[in-house]
Design a binder for this molecule. Sequence first.
Ligand code: GLA
Length: 728
Amino acid sequence: MAVIYNDEKQIFHLQTKGTSYVMQVVRNKYLLHLYWGKRVQNYCGTRSIILKNRGFAPNPQENDRDFSLDTLPMEYPHGGNGDFRSCAFGIREQNGSRICDLSYVGYEIMKGKPKLEGLPCSFGSEEEVSTLKIHMKDKISGLSVFLLYSVFENADVITRSVVFENRGNSPLTLTKMLSMSVDFRESGFKVMTLYGAHNNERNVDLRPLKSGMVQIESLRGTSSPQQAPFMALLEANASEESGNIYSANFVYSGNFTALAQADAFENVRFQMGMNPWNGEWYLEPNEKFFTPETVMVFSSQGLNGMSQIYHNFYQHNLIRSKFAFQPRPILINNWEATFFDFNEDKLLALADKAAQTGIELFVLDDGWFGHRDNDDSSLGDWVTDKRKLPLGLSHLSDEIHNRGLKFGLWFEPEMISRNSELFRNHPEYALHTEGRPYTFGRGQLVLDLSNGEVCRYVIESVSKVLRETKIDYVKWDMNRHLTDVGSINFPMERQGEIFHRYVLGLYKILEELTTEFPDILFESCSSGGGRFDPGMLYYMPQTWCSDNTDAVCRMKIQYATSFTYPVVTMGAHVSEVPNQQTGRVTPLQTRGQVAMSANFGYEIDLTKLSSEELDEIKKQVAFYKDIRNTIQFGKFYRIKSPFDENVAQWNFVSGDGSQVVAFHFEILSQPAAPIKILKLKGLEADAVYRDISTGYEYGGDELMYSGISIPIEKKDFRSVCFRFVKVN
Ligand code: GLA
């Protein structure tokens, strides 16, 4: 039973195979949070809450000084009447009042999972998931708040979101509407977040939470490379392998906030949701507002355990593309090979070489449309540039297909260049406030996707190309963040909605395009991994992980991205050396083995490589095809972190357990070098495995507990790969 309700005690107990999440209604009004953590078989809740009179803690009842919302663990707190910690939601009534006092009304338990209007969210069959809906109401304003909890019993995941409904007679404004708030009656956590920048996405930050708040956010209009929409609380002894971890990942591609707040009594509040900055929503009577969903994962087996849960869940219950379980093609992208300077001959010469090496998909990147010779023009004009491709895009696509390759195309549909036909005809399509100057990013402006007409234009102009040309893959780029956010199409009281309306417009576009073109493999991109979030993954099953293709940097970027996202979702390419982002020269083997640890491809001018290099690439491509199923659909285990050491190690185990691929990377060569040991993970202890290249056999327990020694080599940036097959 995924949702258990104890009528006598008014206790809700959500139970997955490894987790319990418990709430209780007290005084027939307040919803308290009792527990989130390792599964409890029977939660009686007998001495969960001890009431205590604390100084400066306000009381709802005059003579009841022990009872204070400021000291109780609240399930969905509002700040106006005595809980001074971070609130989960806020309202403003027509008279300016910001107070709200929720009372419990009732609950409903449903099989399956309701959709969230206009938003991407996880899904599951009636057997896989049950949903608890708790109804709370503020009598004075008439606001109803529905807390939704979907319990994926076997996947070990609970998702949360909130629906607000104005059942009063007057409009009101939602000033904050987080999706998740959890109060722990304990502390001592370390807070883990993933921060970064363009070319340097997802570094690990681990901070002790002593007092006050650790908060991350994006105010950029997208989930951003600066902070991933992810936070985890690690118990003091938690590590990669063991210990309790409480984490959340936000299924949303816009502004967000995530925080952990410690109070004076060693309680911790953990919250996630849409960022309230410029994030209000005006709610007319009878209107509803749906918050995006938070995926909550508890692991008692450290970070590896947490990642396994996310990977499995996203593959099965979030990525809805038919490609979720299809082997992804090895691609060549012309961007770093040609940038904007190409013509059909040049592209076909690259395609010829790609075909010879066994590469499967040719992607034409930026520069094929309008008159775009650099990045200062033509965004919005999705019409082939006949100067570069006089025979047209379809001709090029046919030629690529004739060579046995699939054909993919780059778009940046959310943007508009000032120097474009679109802007000349429709300057009002750009996000902008009348009378104020424009703010540029990469020399371009952002389309106002809060405007339905603009969304229609994007859908029509992109679909036209996709209908007229045989296209197997689309790279959907987004290369700047949102500024000048406002829209004359909305009244004053709705100007705070535009950030969210932009994201809703984007989701509407993606919904229509991915529905009309289900056979196209979509890859999302935002100057690399700048919008790598579960919201985008719902529509697009893979994301270009970073514009930084340097093998050493990529070890870290891919390592940290794997905390929540399956490796099959991470685009990873081999590029030239010296690397264009870092200037570093790394061996082709290492570049290959780092990239083939994810969704593999090349971004390099194959026509300039020596025959030895091309031979090596041919071997890499053939090798990846051999291991592709294990990499893309097997289990991924991190072993050693490049954030901690001079090495990175990880291994993959195929779904049926028969194939194992392990990688060892050593960054700098060291004097008096220690002999490194690779201890594999996820094998069957009593099975025997054969090393495919040497024929040596090892016990599964031997490989995991004793490990294999890596011979020393005096070489920087080296990589070693092992492939094992289970023999019994
Ligand atoms: C972004 C992408 C790159 C490339 C360029 C083209 O930076 O991340 O991969 O497509 O745009 O302008």
